[in-house]
Design a protein around this ligand. Structure first.
Ligand code: 26W
Length: 830
């Protein structure tokens, strides 16, 4: 943490590339506008000003970047490599200004240049290189690694097109291509010289290596793609550390085939270029059901091979023996998407660097650790063996060898234990064989973790029970966390200032400090200030909703928000059943005593996920009817906020009174939105699922609106035979709500539109909505009563924030560093 003295010194630094004072910032911005954009203020566009400010801030990062690289090189520091197919970074500018600690200075500098920082921030295209929880967690962890001065490199894919932009047309989701690079990207540096060959296809052959005097394997690929590094600086908060996010782009070794051109075959001339670049063209927009698409596997192998070749390059610079590779690097596999790293490191060590199998295996298994992020069977990756045979013949050989040796070890370990060994195998037998990526990830890692207490328990008791039975010591729980920099300091500056005025600002890097707020929970004056901050955020969101949807909402109503990917297990449609029930109550009795509420939904559906898209249509159809029904007199309003992404999330989390975390128990691995809402003073209504359990333990059961069946009860009911129809029959309000949907009331009389959704609920209801309906309704009634006692509500809101210290991604990264990666901070002097 740069103390005030260092900061003062930096403040006084007048160098236009590095100074942090108002005047030097002004000069730097004008310099960049002039020399970078070739513009002068009178003619400069908003985007010109944005780029000028971006380059001004980037200069301050690059200086720290170089100092960091020099320090790590000098120290030969043990380094964490985070391998993730997704990084949901969000906009860079404000985050870097916040982490440099110059938000006030930059705001003033721009004011004096007649520019508005918030307006310029709107200019930035956010890099949406992720789908949801997993990708955002990777971004939060990169922020914490840098803020805690841990030497780290984030490796991933530089998708040309990120997660689609969502538009709502006639209530339906429409996907728009995310051309985030259209205006260039000031936050990345192309590393022309840093390219690696990545092979695909072909065959392998054995040959006798006389020098090594042993047989070796040669892989003769039938196509090679180049991987080019693009580096994005990740600045820590209040430190000089700038870690590296290295994303790979695929390019053809030769971007133009002249011979083909001369022969007049113009397509062939560019064919290789197009095919190669397709690999990193677009992010797969699914965040649970796997695509199993060839291109997806190519993407996974491509970035894994580039990353490991780069790690070997960095290691060999140190001149040590490769049998010490795992001493230098700890590599975290963010779910199974990078699991091919295991056979790829084996291939590189054995085929390219001539290590023997055993040494290579010791190095490999002591390099990798694996985090599981989902228990949903349909999300557990398993690749057809035939696909691997065609695309990665050498890796399949290595996977077979790994599996044979592993199964031998397993047989030895399970001696006398009755269990089915086939479930352990990396190879899934059957008519079409598959490679189980979770099994491969386990076998090739020294540590495996879940992301919340219940999730880790279910991992041990269910999905990976056989592995846990034989290797319990490898399992641990590493509860997720979120960065308080972006999700409080940056997105809720008013609340951050209020907190700082009371307890100082150490909480931004030591979130447990928030506990001190507990003592102010009943302080009426502080409560008033707290309410004012919340109301200001609600008004800001109301304005944005007016802009984006045309809907006018009442900022004094209870803002009840569910914002996350649309998925049946997250049960946005249970939330809808509550709304329709309230509507029915008001229709039956317009004087019914309903607490005014605004229901806000936000979230994208995977383009191929029909039921999720139907749920979005139903939300908008219910909104259409209710919002225009004068009988309900604005007591309840429903809004679907389009295009939920990090930028919009930063405006939604601060404005919530109630956070909806209503997934079926046992389905949400952790959730991280739940933490962001709670950290911004929202109270949570939720099930005992994922991190809701830890949040409730921390904030106190009396300060959490709990409902629903717990995991065990669900297993029991399903084992005994779950009959959703009975709940429909026995519960009039539930029946009326379902019937209103089936009647076509929300679909202009079309009784077929929502039939698939209603039929699923009435027959299988796999996510137990019918069974949890009444408990949810009762709990929502409690919420309505509680919100009327606004001072009591505010007291609980303050307590919720005060007790959310453990939800910091710094706490999580601290646990990974001490218990898995065994890595220490390396402070950087400028
Ligand atoms: C293409 C297939 C695919 C893509 C992404 C399958 C699975 C995923 C991710 C694992 C899904 C995901 O984002 N899981 C979420 O991870 C968060 C971070 O740990 C958790 O908080 C969420 O509960 C979990 O759903």
């Amino acid at each position: 943490m740069n103390d005030n003295h260092t900061r003062k010194k930096q403040q006084s630094d007048s160098h236009s590339r590095t100074g942090l004072g108002v005047d030097v910032l002004k000069r730097a911005i004008i310099d960049h506008l002039f020399y970078e954009q070739g513009r002068y203020p009178d003619v400069a566009t908003i985007n010109d000003w944005y780029l000028a400010v971006a380059h001004t801030v980037r200069d301050r990062l690059v200086r720290r970047w170089i100092s960091t690289a020099q320090t790590y090189k000098r120290e030969g520091s043990r380094t964490v490599c985070y391998l993730s197919a997704e990084y949901l970074l969000g906009p860079h500018l404000c985050n870097n200004i916040t982490n440099l600690g110059i938000r006030d200075e930059m705001t003033q500098a721009l004011q004096e240049l007649n520019q508005d920082l918030d307006q310029l921030l709107e200019q930035e295209q956010e890099p949406g290189l992720g789908n949801g929880g997993l990708g955002r967690l990777a971004a939060c962890y990169m922020d914490s690694l840098a803020s805690m001065q841990i030497p780290a490199i984030g490796y991933g894919i530089r998708y040309e097109f990120g997660i689609f932009d969502q538009e709502i047309r006639d209530g339906w989701q429409v996907e728009k291509t995310d051309n985030w690079l259209r205006h260039g990207n000031p936050w990345e540096l192309r590393r022309h010289k840093l390219t690696f060959d990545v092979r695909f296809g072909g065959y392998t052959e054995q040959f006798m290596d006389d020098v090594e005097n042993r047989f070796r394997v040669r892989w003769v690929p039938d196509r090679i793609v180049n991987g080019i590094a693009y580096d994005t600086p990740i600045l820590g908060y209040g430190v000089n550390t700038v870690n590296l996010l290295r994303l790979w782009k695929a390019e053809a070794p030769e971007s133009f085939d002249f011979q083909a051109f001369n022969l007049g075959d113009y397509y062939a001339a560019v064919d290789k270029k197009v095919v190669s670049e397709n690999i990193t063209k677009i992010l797969y927009p699914n965040d649970e059901p796997i695509a199993g698409k060839q291109l997806r596997l190519q993407q996974q192998y491509f970035f894994v091979s580039c990353s490991l070749q780069d790690m070997l390059r960095l290691f060999l610079q140190q001149g040590e023996g490769l049998d010490k590779f795992h001493v230098k690097f700890a590599a975290q596999l963010n779910d199974t998407h990078p699991a091919l790293a295991i056979p790829e490191l084996m291939r590189l060590l054995i085929d390219e660097h001539c290590l023997d199998w055993d040494t290579a295996w010791v190095v490999t298994r002591n390099t990798f650790a694996y985090t599981n992020h989902t228990l949903l069977p349909e999300a557990l990756e398993r690749w057809p063996l035939s696909l691997l045979e065609e695309m990665l013949p050498r890796h399949l050989q290595i996977i077979y060898e790994i599996n044979d040796r592993f199964m031998d070890e397993a047989r030895r370990r399970m001696y006398g234990i009755d269990m089915q060994i086939s479930r352990l195998s990396i190879i899934e037998e059957g008519e079409q064989k598959h490679v189980r990526m979770a099994n491969l990830a386990f076998v090739g890692s020294f540590a495996v973790n879940g992301v919340a207490k219940l999730h880790t328990e279910l991992l041990k008791q269910d999905v990976m029970q056989d592995f846990y039975r034989l290797w319990p010591e490898r399992f641990s729980n590493k509860p997720n966390g979120v960065t308080p920099r972006r999700f409080v300091l940056l997105s809720n500056p008013g609340l951050a200032r209020l907190i700082r005025d009371q307890i100082g600002c150490e909480w931004t890097t030591n979130l447990d400090q928030l506990k001190q707020l507990g003592g102010l929970a009943s302080d009426t004056q502080f409560q008033t200030l707290w309410q004012q901050e919340k109301r200001a955020s609600k008004i800001a969101l109301a304005d944005l909703i007016k802009q984006r949807t045309g809907e006018v909402i009442n900022p004094d109503s209870l803002f009840d928000i569910q914002a996350k990917r649309i998925h049946e297990y997250k049960r946005q449609h249970l939330n809808l059943l509550h709304i329709i029930t309230l509507y029915n109550r008001l229709k039956h009795n317009p004087d019914a005593d309903i607490t005014p509420r605004t229901f806000v939904f936000a979230g994208k559906a995977a383009p191929g996920y029909k039921m999720a898209k139907l749920i979005i249509k139903l939300i908008n159809s219910v909104a259409y009817m209710i919002n225009r029904d004068s009988d309900v007199n604005d007591l309840i309003k429903v809004v679907f906020f389009p295009n939920f992404n990090v930028k919009n999330a930063q405006k939604i989390y601060p404005a919530a009174d109630l956070s909806e975390q209503i997934s079926t128990a046992g389905k949400e691995a952790s959730g991280t939105g739940n933490m962001k809402f709670s950290l911004n003073g929202a109270l949570t209504i939720g099930t005992l699922d994922g991190a809701n359990i830890e949040i409730r333990e921390e904030v106190g059961a009396e300060n959490f609106f709990l409902f629903g069946l717990i995991c065990k009860e669900i297993y029991r009911i399903q084992a005994e035979g779950y009959r959703p129809w009975d709940y429909y029959q026995d519960n009039l309000e539930l029946k009326d709500s379902i019937d209103l949907i089936s009647s076509g009331f929300f679909s202009h009389g079309d009784t077929q539109l929502f039939k698939p959704l209603v039929d699923t609920l009435m027959t299988t209801d796999p996510y137990m909505l019918m069974a949890d309906y009444q408990s949810y309704l009762d709990c929502q009634q409690t919420v309505s009563q509680a919100f009327r006692r606004i001072d009591e509500w505010t007291r609980i809101s303050i307590l919720n924030v005060a007790r959310m210290g453990r939800s910091s991604s710094d706490r999580a990264i601290g646990e990974y560093c001490n218990e898995i990666w065994k890595v220490k901070p390396v402070p950087v002097e400028l």
